[in-house]
Write a protein that binds this ligand. Structure first.
Ligand SMILES: C[S@@+](CC[C@H](N)C(=O)[O-])C[C@H]1O[C@@H](n2cnc3c(N)ncnc32)[C@H](O)[C@@H]1O
Length: 314
């Protein structure tokens, strides 16, 4: 979820289950120096200060969010104990802003596919200064894969969603340009946002297809394989972990603001290799709302698939 739209921030800060996860995970920060990366309106910084952090750096690239969070934190905590920094954490000189060693980094540069808002970049950046006892929250992610066979039979709206209705765009040139984008995304990668609340069961679940930990993640590409017997919709399902605290992001009983999930349609039976690409040439395939993707998300990344046992290869 991108917080440059303040309205969206309210979705996040109202998300009881993810709040509980971060609140619990920050319980042991007494007298520690905490860095909150992508601090938004400051809720996680406030948890750290509440639990007795010695000092909190709240780094947020959105200007509005930085101003608001500074106000909110000032109203609740002593200014001696925190600093809001309006900057891009991934920028080269970011560490010049810090006067302390960082003991704990908390970050929610995470979205509905966990990796799509740049948590790997955030991990990579902090590794430049992480000392022996440094901890990251979260410090581990596990992914399962839900496989829905023949989804087109089950989910009628899904077929409708990708129709492009020229007349509705009211501008012929624009409609033609969009048609190109539409054709490209249709024939290369089909990735959909898909409401998990409507997935009452998956026909198969592949457990733990990816397991990433802060300590061992070393920039290798992220890949896994998946076999399907029929055309199938697959959905990534994930868990955030910080020591003993876990948050299952697509739990149907306790849905989080990420619960829409990321889905891909695998068009025929076979074995597929699915990978997460950073620095992808385009992130459009990931989004149903093209303008949101290109304007608001500087981190170009995408999940892609290719069939590795036969004809179909895109
Ligand atoms: C998912 S929101 C979380 C906001 C807040 N931490 C919360 O828990 O409500 C992620 C925030 O990270 C910010 N962000 C993303 N990448 C960033 C970066 N490289 N540097 C600084 N802020 C970043 C976004 O602007 C957004 O406000």
């Amino acid at each position: 979820m991108q917080a440059s739209d303040i309205q969206q921030s309210f979705n996040m800060i109202n998300d009881k289950y993810r709040n509980q996860f971060y609140f619990n995970a920050l319980q042991n920060v007494k007298d520690k120096v905490v860095l909150d990366v992508g601090s938004g309106l400051g809720v996680l910084s406030s948890y750290a200060l509440h639990h007795g952090a010695k000092f909190v750096y709240a780094v947020e690239r959105g200007r509005k969010e930085s101003i608001i969070s500074n106000k909110i934190l000032t109203q609740n905590f002593s200014k001696k104990n925190f600093k809001v920094i309006n900057a891009d954490f991934w920028s080269k000189n970011i560490f010049e802003n810090f006067d302390h060693d960082i003991d704990v980094m908390v970050s929610e540069t995470i979205n509905y596919d966990i990796l799509g808002e740049g948590i790997l970049k955030t991990w990579r950046q902090i590794k430049n200064i992480a000392h022996q006892n440094f901890t990251a929250i979260p410090n581990q992610f596990k992914f399962n894969l839900l496989i829905f066979e023949n989804p087109l039979d089950k989910f009628v709206w899904f077929r409708k969603r990708f129709e492009l209705i020229h007349e509705n765009l009211l501008h012929e040139g624009f409609a033609n340009s969009l048609a190109n984008v539409y054709e490209k995304s249709k024939s290369s990668q089909l990735l959909y946002e898909f409401p998990v609340s409507q997935c009452h069961h998956a026909d198969k679940i592949l457990h733990n297809v990816i397991n990433l930990t802060f300590k061992s993640y070393n920039d290798d590409g992220i890949k896994f394989q998946c076999d399907v017997d029929k055309p199938s919709l697959i959905m990534l399902d994930g868990t955030l972990i910080a020591e003993d605290n876990q948050l299952h992001i697509h739990n149907q009983k306790n849905p989080t603001h990420w619960s829409n999930g990321l889905s891909m349609y695998l068009p025929e039976k076979g074995t597929y290799e699915i990978s997460f690409e950073e620095n992808a040439t385009s992130n459009l395939v990931k989004w149903t709302n093209v303008s949101t993707a290109s304007n608001m998300w500087p981190y170009n990344c995408t999940w892609t698939y290719k069939k590795i046992d036969g004809e179909y290869n895109r």
